[in-house]
Design a protein around this ligand. Structure first.
Ligand SMILES: [Zn+2]
Length: 247
C-alpha cells in the first residue's frame, strides 16, 4: 500500500479513504494467497462488497487503487467481476525511471548501482548457465557487432547486459539493470542534444566496449566467475571514466 491517490478529491471523507486502502490491501493479499492467477475472477462486485463488508463507494475506491497497482481490474457485464491481471514491466520500468530522474540521480550514481547489480548477476548467470544460455550470449554479441557496423553507437550494448541479467534468473536484478541502463541512455541522449553528437570517438568507444563484452562472455562460457567479475568491473569502470566530471 503506497497511499496513492490521497491527493485526489475523493467524494468520500478521510476515514473512507483509509478504509478503501485497507480493503485494497486485503484484496491484494488474497490475490497473492491464491497464487496470483492472471485471468481468474475474484468475484462479482456484489459478492466482493459482501465478502469485505464495505459500502459500494468504499469498494469502488479500493478497486481504483488495485487497478492502479495493476493487480486486478473490474470487468463489467455478464460473467464480469474483479479479474486478476499482471503488472506490465514496461510501466513499472517507466515509473522507476521517472522517479530516479526526479530524484536527480547522476550517471556516476547509476554506475555505482549497476556495478553492484551486474557483478551479482554475472556470478549467478555462470552458476545457471546452460547450452541455450550460451547461444543467447553468442547471439547478443553478434547483434551488437552488426549494430556497430551499421553505425549505431547508442543503446547497442544494452542487449548483452540484459541477457546476462536474465540468465541470472533473478527478476529484481533484471528489472533494475534494465531501468539503470535505460536511464543512462536517456542521459547520454540529453547530453547529445545539448552538446552535439560525438562521431569518431563514439565509434571507438563502441568498438572497445564490444571487445570487453566478448572477453566477458568468454569468461562466462568458461565458467570462470572471478575472471568474469573482474572483466565486468573493468568494463563498467572504463565506461564510467568516459563520463564528464559530475558531482
Ligand atoms: Zn557493456
Amino acid at each position: 500500500m503506497t497511499g496513492d491517490g490521497k491527493s485526489d478529491a475523493a467524494p468520500a471523507g478521510r476515514g473512507s479513504q483509509r478504509l478503501a486502502e485497507t480493503v485494497a490491501e486485503l484484496i491484494e493479499k488474497d490475490i497473492v494467497k491464491e497464487g496470483w492467477r492472471t485471468g481468474s475472477v475474484l468475484g462479482s462486485e456484489r459478492e466482493l462488497i459482501e465478502r469485505y463488508g464495505v459500502s459500494r463507494a468504499v469498494f469502488r475506491e479500493a478497486v481504483r487503487l488495485i487497478e492502479h497497482h495493476q493487480m486486478a481490474r473490474m470487468r463489467r457485464g455478464p460473467g464480469g467481476g474483479l479479474v486478476v491481471t499482471e503488472p506490465d514491466p514496461g510501466i513499472v520500468r517507466d515509473a522507476a525511471r521517472v522517479y530516479l530522474r526526479h530524484a536527480a540521480v547522476n550517471r556516476r550514481q547509476l554506475f555505482e548501482a549497476r556495478m553492484a547489480l551486474e557483478l551479482a548477476g554475472v556470478t549467478t548467470a555462470i552458476e545457471k548457465l546452460t547450452e541455450s544460455g550460451i547461444a543467447r550470449l553468442t547471439d547478443a554479441l553478434e547483434t551488437e557487432r552488426e549494430l556497430i557496423e551499421r553505425g549505431v553507437t547508442l543503446g547497442h550494448a544494452r542487449h548483452l547486459h540484459r541477457v546476462i541479467a536474465e540468465l541470472a534468473g533473478n527478476p529484481a536484478i533484471t528489472l533494475f539493470v534494465e531501468v539503470l541502463a535505460q536511464l543512462d541512455q536517456d542521459m547520454v541522449q540529453d547530453e547529445w542534444e545539448t552538446d552535439g553528437r560525438p562521431d569518431e570517438g563514439n565509434r571507438e568507444a563502441a568498438v572497445e566496449s564490444h571487445q570487453a563484452h566478448q572477453a566477458m562472455v568468454a569468461a562466462i562460457v568458461a565458467g570462470d566467475a572471478p575472471l568474469a567479475q573482474h572483466r565486468m568491473r573493468r568494463h563498467l569502470q572504463a565506461v564510467a571514466e568516459l563520463l564528464k566530471n559530475e558531482s
